[in-house]
Design a protein around this ligand. Structure first.
Ligand SMILES: [Zn+2]
Length: 356
């Protein structure tokens, strides 16, 4: 696997050079995190500079799309004066400046207030999720029409025709869907779809697999299991948020109802990887040690990890691209550096692609 850094529009030149030094060779992949405040008319010029920067490099790149503007599509508010729609179009227009192949990382998962979802009977939630997943499939085809040239996707012929007639809009980005973690915001918001791999089944897509997110989700179901069988060895891993171990979360419990038990993909991280590997184009690598927002996106092996990295790396090492997506790394490069150092020391087999 080629390992790369995550960067933003302010630090990419600096981070590229630092990472190159730490890796001992040119990085071959990198992810740009676009935040909402980047979505201004200046973005186009900034992307021109990114394109210049990329010119003499052999670098696979992805752009992580901010979630909020995508709501312009999910809420079917496509009127011109909607500021979200305008932001989305700024992004689409700016991405045309990037002349090479690129990925656009999108969280399509549906976010809701935790209180609302907690109060909802499970059978109502099951029906609501079913409706949301149908909408998500339609929305994905709209996002594809805007951001892709469609050539990489197994799309229906009508969508193909539309893409051709809108060739001035063709940006040539491949949309990659990322799975959602357990919580959003400050644990006051929650993701209610796109956690298990099974939730994606009615969409045409490839995906970003976020190891930290999967670890949070898998850990939720393990907690319940462990609460019932306290002799389980893994108990010692649960020191984090110990008082909340038995907390039942409606939007996670609903998965058991939908899929007749814990969905297969969330029975272990390995199970998710095996099911989704074929569909995965890009990995996000970071550690996790619980189920909450504070437990995700951690420096690799810096804390009480719930991830067996040796096992995971055996399964992913032959895939092409993985970026170190550590929370707060945009302000503190050392978080990327430490994670890279751990992997280089303990999981050398991960870097066998690095010289090809
Ligand atoms: Zn991620």
């Amino acid at each position: 696997m080629h390992i790369g850094p995550t960067v933003d529009l302010r630090n990419y030149e600096k981070y590229y050079e630092k990472f190159k030094k730490d890796l001992g060779s040119e990085p071959r992949c990198m992810e740009f995190h676009i935040i909402e405040s980047d979505l201004t008319p200046e973005l186009k010029q900034k992307m021109k500079l990114v394109n210049e920067f990329l010119k003499d490099k052999n670098l696979a790149i992805s752009f992580h799309c901010p979630d909020h503007p995508l709501n312009a599509l999910t809420k079917a508010r496509l009127e011109n004066k909607n500021p979200d729609y305008a932001k989305l179009m700024l992004l689409a227009d700016a991405l045309k400046q990037i002349k090479q192949k690129k990925f656009l990382v999108v969280h399509q998962g549906f976010i809701a207030d935790r209180d609302v979802i907690e109060a909802m009977p499970l059978d109502v939630l099951v029906r609501m999720k079913k409706a949301i997943k149908t909408i998500a499939a339609e929305e994905l085809s709209i996002i594809n029409k805007i951001f892709s040239n469609m050539t990489d996707l197994n799309t229906k012929s009508t969508a193909d025709k539309l893409a051709k007639s809108q060739s001035d809009l063709a940006i040539g980005a491949e949309i990659l869907l990322e799975q959602s973690p357990v919580f959003a915001g400050a644990n006051k918001l929650v993701h209610i779809t796109d956690q298990c791999f099974e939730d994606f089944s009615n969409r045409n897509f490839r995906m970003v697999m976020d190891i930290s997110h999967i670890a949070l989700l898998v850990h939720y179901f393990k907690q319940n299991k462990i609460a019932k069988s306290p002799t389980n060895k893994a108990k010692s891993d649960l020191a984090i948020s110990a008082t909340k171990q038995k907390e039942k979360l409606n939007w996670m419990e609903v998965l058991k109802k939908e899929y007749n038990g814990i969905p297969k993909s969330l029975q272990s991280i390995e199970s998710y990887l095996q099911m989704a590997k074929e569909k995965t184009a890009w990995f996000h690598l970071s550690d996790a040690n619980g189920i909450y927002v504070a437990n995700e996106g951690l420096v690799i092996k810096d804390s009480k990890s719930t991830i067996d990295w040796n096992k995971i790396i055996k399964l992913i090492k032959d895939k092409e691209f993985g970026v170190l997506e550590i929370l707060g790394c945009e302000k503190d490069y050392a978080k990327i550096q430490k994670s890279l150092k751990y992997l280089r020391m303990n999981n050398k087999e991960l870097f066998t692609h690095e010289n090809n």
